[in-house]
Design a protein around this ligand. Structure first.
Ligand SMILES: *[C@@H]1O[C@H](CO)[C@@H](O)[C@H](O)[C@H]1NC(C)=O
Length: 221
């Protein structure tokens, strides 16, 4: 009986951890002390008596990111590193700019779900589910359309139109993180063995070497 109870308690504990995103806060706010030498999960709080309105403020999302790069896109993320008041609050915001035919390439946010709204232009977006199905859910979005990309899944956004596109995205983490698939795989430093990548991607080593020699643009700011 006791063992049964212990098992259930452990199961509840394990599953509550499995569904958790950023941990929930234990006070109104905890403005990040970005310069502290103490390392915790997130950032330590600066003295709450010293908090100012500026700690909860960021200015500049009216300005488009520069899309004059190989991908034709630019993501301006306002996370805890740019807005210290986000610490412990489990949320962040991004502005996405796309030149005509600009691409935000396949990537994942290891720590956050993303909800996106198109403010101007159009976007072809999609995400792919985990193995074994790897099902693609995709859609063409227009002004005012909203799409959600579940936490951790590979997704992309492509401006399939002749005009530039602007979108805003909320993310369910103070620090959602980005892993751009191609950059991480072919641009790893030091490089992943070409034997490994040739086998994994069903390519010959020459093609892998060529890919590894490319410059992999990071469009995240
Ligand atoms: C994105 O835009 C910012 C602001 O204009 C710029 O500083 C940055 O270099 C751009 N990044 C890329 C990869 O183009």
């Amino acid at each position: 009986m006791a063992a049964h109870f212990l098992f259930l308690a452990l199961l509840a504990l394990a599953s509550s951890h499995a569904i958790a995103s950023d941990p929930s806060q234990l006070q109104d706010f905890c403005v990040a002390d970005l310069h502290s030498d103490v390392f915790v999960n997130g950032f330590v709080c600066k003295d709450p008596k010293m908090a100012k309105a500026e700690d909860f403020f960021f200015s500049g999302l009216d300005k488009p990111g520069d899309t004059g790069n190989k991908l034709g896109s630019n993501v301006t993320l306002v996370d805890v590193n740019k807005l210290a008041g986000l610490n412990t609050l489990g949320i962040s915001l991004a502005r996405l700019d796309f030149a005509p035919y600009g691409l935000n390439p396949p990537h994942t946010h290891p720590r956050g779900t993303e909800i996106l709204v198109v403010l101007e232009g159009t976007l072809y977006v999609g995400f792919v589910t985990s193995n074994p199905n790897n099902q693609l859910f995709s859609k063409v979005l227009h002004e005012g359309d909203v799409f959600v990309f579940p936490q951790g899944l590979i997704h992309f956004q492509f401006n399939n139109g002749k005009t530039s596109t602007v979108a805003l995205a909320g993310l369910s983490s103070q620090n959602p993180g980005v892993i751009t698939i191609a950059n991480a795989v072919f641009g790893a430093k030091p490089p992943i063995s070409d034997e490994v990548l040739a086998k994994a991607f069903q390519l010959d080593k020459k093609t892998v070497d060529w890919l590894q020699a490319q410059f992999w643009t990071d469009n995240n700011n």
